[in-house]
Write a new protein. Structure first.
Length: 444
């Protein structure tokens, strides 16, 4: 094997992250965040400096490359392509980036939050239904491990680690992010959940008029949650039952006595029963229904007899008039949202937030939601279908795959007269996919 000779070109014409051109179109053409940020936080008269629009563009560009640390911007200071692709006049230093985000954290977050939904609407992103005709809306809390730090708001989470416990809402089978709200680790999932739920339902209605199916885990099993959802038209729900202090053995007996019982294998029987419960909330009586399932095992799957029967009871509150088994399967699909959490935490490097201030970290997490939606759009458009350079078919690509296949795509920046060209290798497998996404974003 011959050894390579390593040389550094004297020309600044090469980039390893050509996908930033797609991000630049996304943030500048399909959201008005840069302009609103500059207008809301203008530089003082007579002061020359870096506008907040350039700060926002720079950090969203970094997040789209999976870089959340402030110091990562240092390598972009003299990167011509980074500035040209995102429309940046001047790249901020790490110190400036930190200071400016700290200064505007509280005021800028609502603008970023609105831009996150605006991008979905303005880009006319596809929002896929379930086979029931509903569009899923999944809300969930997830832990972010920030242990061994003294960051504001870090405390013990339900997973047993010190960190944050943000809540996220995803719309459609693609998992479009409607809102990412940072929360202290010790905050209970149901605390301040109703205002959050009302906000995301309102945002969802700006994107679709179709029926919604809200899916929540047992942390949100509360009478106020069900009553709130009952007040919205064309909104159904499936909420995992939290048994709390109820007698599960008694419920299992009722399910096997009154419900439908099947035996998938010797030593195992499954019972399903739908019950109706009346409850009163704020002077109004509601009639709720709950699908209950009991599983009894007297032997394991290998036929080994158990010393005592193993009984498990689960249940789901729902407004769907569908077969009980279908309701259970629809809730099982809610677990897909766990993958979306993973993509934000791992693929975008957001597990350990960079600031020591809670308000700044809340802003950064919201910026990550915007970058996530742009990356999701790029992946759905370029990496799903015939143009995809990947071999195996899929209905959705992970953010990590989008970053690897389209963001970190090597190219050459060529200046000819007043025009700029991005020149790819003739063997570039993602050229057609990149071109399709770029033309779609550039032409609308």
């Amino acid at each position: 094997m011959k050894r390579f000779i390593l040389e550094r070109s004297k020309k600044d014409f090469y980039t390893s992250h050509s996908g930033l051109a797609l991000i630049g179109l996304g943030i500048n053409y399909y959201s008005d965040l840069p302009g609103k940020a500059r207008k809301a936080f203008p530089l003082a008269k007579g002061v020359s400096g870096i506008g907040l629009d350039d700060v926002v563009r720079s950090y969203v560009g970094m997040l789209s490359l999976g870089q959340s640390d402030y110091e990562a911007v240092t390598n972009k200071k003299d990167d011509t392509y980074f500035k040209q692709s995102l429309g940046i006049r001047k790249v901020p230093s790490a110190e400036t980036l930190r200071q400016r985000l700290d200064d505007v954290a509280v005021g800028l977050r609502p603008l970023v939050d609105a831009a996150t939904v605006d991008f979905i609407r303005n880009s006319k992103a596809l929002i896929t239904k379930l086979d029931t005709g509903h569009i899923p809306l999944d809300c969930d809390v997830f832990p972010m491990d920030n242990s061994q730090t003294k960051k504001e708001g870090v405390s013990r989470t339900y997973s047993g680690t010190d960190g944050y416990a943000p809540i996220a809402a995803y719309l459609g089978r693609e998992g479009w992010c409607l809102e990412l709200e940072l929360r202290e680790g010790k905050q209970h999932s149901q605390c301040d959940f109703i205002p959050y739920l009302e906000r995301v339902l309102k945002k969802a209605r700006t994107l679709t008029s179709e029926k919604l199916l809200v899916r929540l885990d047992s942390a949100h099993d509360a009478l106020e949650t069900r009553a709130t959802l009952a007040g919205h038209e064309k909104v159904s729900y499936i909420i995992k039952w939290n048994p709390r202090n109820e007698d599960q053995a008694e419920w299992a007996s009722q399910i096997f006595t009154k419900g439908t019982v099947t035996s998938p294998r010797p030593g195992k029987r499954v019972g399903i029963l739908r019950v109706h419960i009346r409850q009163e909330y704020q002077g109004k009586t509601y009639r709720f229904q709950r699908v209950m399932q009991a599983v009894e095992r007297t032997s394991d799957k290998r036929g080994q007899l158990l010393l005592k029967p193993d009984i498990e009871v689960e249940a789901w509150w729902t407004t769907l008039d569908l077969p009980d088994e279908k309701v259970i399967r629809l809730y099982e699909d809610h677990a897909t949202s766990e993958q979306f959490h993973s993509e934000i935490k791992s693929d975008m490097d957001m597990e350990r937030l960079p600031s020591g201030k809670f308000a700044t970290n809340a802003l950064i997490l919201t910026l990550a939601g915007l970058a996530y939606n742009i990356l999701r759009f790029i992946g759905q458009l370029g990496l799903v279908g015939d143009r995809s350079p990947l071999r195996h078919p899929a209905k959705r690509r992970r953010i990590k795959t989008v970053i690897q296949e389209l963001m970190y795509l090597a190219a050459r920046l060529v200046t000819t007269g007043r025009r700029l060209k991005i020149v790819f290798s003739r063997h570039c497998p993602a050229f057609e996919a990149f071109g399709a996404v770029y033309n779609r974003l550039a032409c609308g």
